[in-house]
Write a protein that binds this ligand. Structure first.
Ligand SMILES: Nc1ncnc2c1ncn2[C@@H]1O[C@H](COP(=O)(O)OP(=O)(O)OP(=O)(O)O)[C@@H](O)[C@H]1O
Length: 258
């Protein structure tokens, strides 16, 4: 079902801090990962294991200390910022509170000088409809929307440039449990309709189970296990994965999904 390699990290190391002062942190410690077109990968692991740093390397906002992150060429050529889009944890922080929802969703089109006033407006309506929000949401401000609605706006914005891959860093963890499932469903439907790739960062294995075909498990800056979701969940190879699974509350993943 998945295509050729879209993004490939090879032996990526990311260190923070001042090694001379002895306060160096190795956030990524030799990570290799190939992301294929259209596939959905869940990156799980405990806090501090390097998940967000991996997401930032994929997005091109964190440069590796060593190793490489290569994006396959596209035809026609498009910059990485148009091909890989981000959805962050807390939409209340990631969306500008002073702008209307319409301007927030339209902004990537303006930045990349795509379309004129009319086509941008039509595109905003289409994107809002895609995430299940009425067109009149365009005129609202972030404070007038719920957390779940705001995260849909963030997804609409991420889709504005027709990316090939969405990197979502804990997109549901700031939301009430009651709306987490709605955002997960929206992401799943959009992914299927568009053949969109997804890298989903989560400490919650249930979210990943609901959305991803493949799971990579991180521990102390390294990927310690990587395989088909069903196999990793049913028969984890690494003792850390087994511990992570044992820590999951016994609620079934279906409880998260409508
Ligand atoms: N900008 C930074 N400066 C210094 N240290 C950092 C920076 N970003 C991350 N780190 C450190 O790198 C390590 C990995 O952090 P990262 O945020 O990637 O982990 P994570 O698995 O996403 O954690 P969480 O689930 O808590 O977000 C941690 O020890 C963190 O403190």
């Amino acid at each position: 079902m998945t295509g050729s390699i879209l993004a490939e990290l090879a032996d990526v190391v990311v260190r923070f801090g001042d090694s001379r002062a002895g306060r160096e942190v190795t956030a990524l410690d030799g990570v290799s990962l190939a992301v294929h077109a259209g596939e959905s990968i869940g990156i799980v692991g405990e806090s501090g294991s390097g998940k967000s740093t991996l997401a930032r390397v994929l997005l091109g906002i964190q440069h590796p200390t060593s190793g490489t992150c290569q994006i396959a060429p596209s035809d026609p050529p498009r910059p990485r910022s148009r091909r890989i889009a981000a959805v962050f944890q807390d939409p209340k922080n990631s969306l500008n509170p002073r702008l209307s929802i319409g301007s927030i969703v339209r902004d990537p089109l303006v930045v990349h000088r795509i379309g004129d006033r009319g086509t941008r407006r039509a595109k905003v309506d289409e994107l809002l409809a895609t995430v299940g929000l009425p067109a009149e949401t365009r005129r609202r401000r972030p404070r007038q929307l719920s957390g779940g609605q705001l995260q849909r706006v963030a997804i609409a914005r991420a889709l504005a440039l027709d990316p090939e891959l969405i990197v979502a860093d804990e997109p549901t963890s700031a939301l009430d449990v009651s709306v987490q499932g709605q955002v997960i469903n929206a992401l799943r439907e959009i992914r299927q309709a568009r053949g969109l790739g997804l890298v989903m960062i989560s400490h919650d294995i249930r979210v990943v189970r609901a959305l991803c075909d493949r799971i990579a498990v991180m521990y102390q800056g390294a990927i310690v296990e990587d395989g088909p979701a069903q196999r990793v969940l049913a028969k984890p190879d690494h003792p850390y994965t087994a511990r992570l699974l044992a820590a999951v509350p016994s609620i079934d993943a279906q409880a998260l999904v409508r």
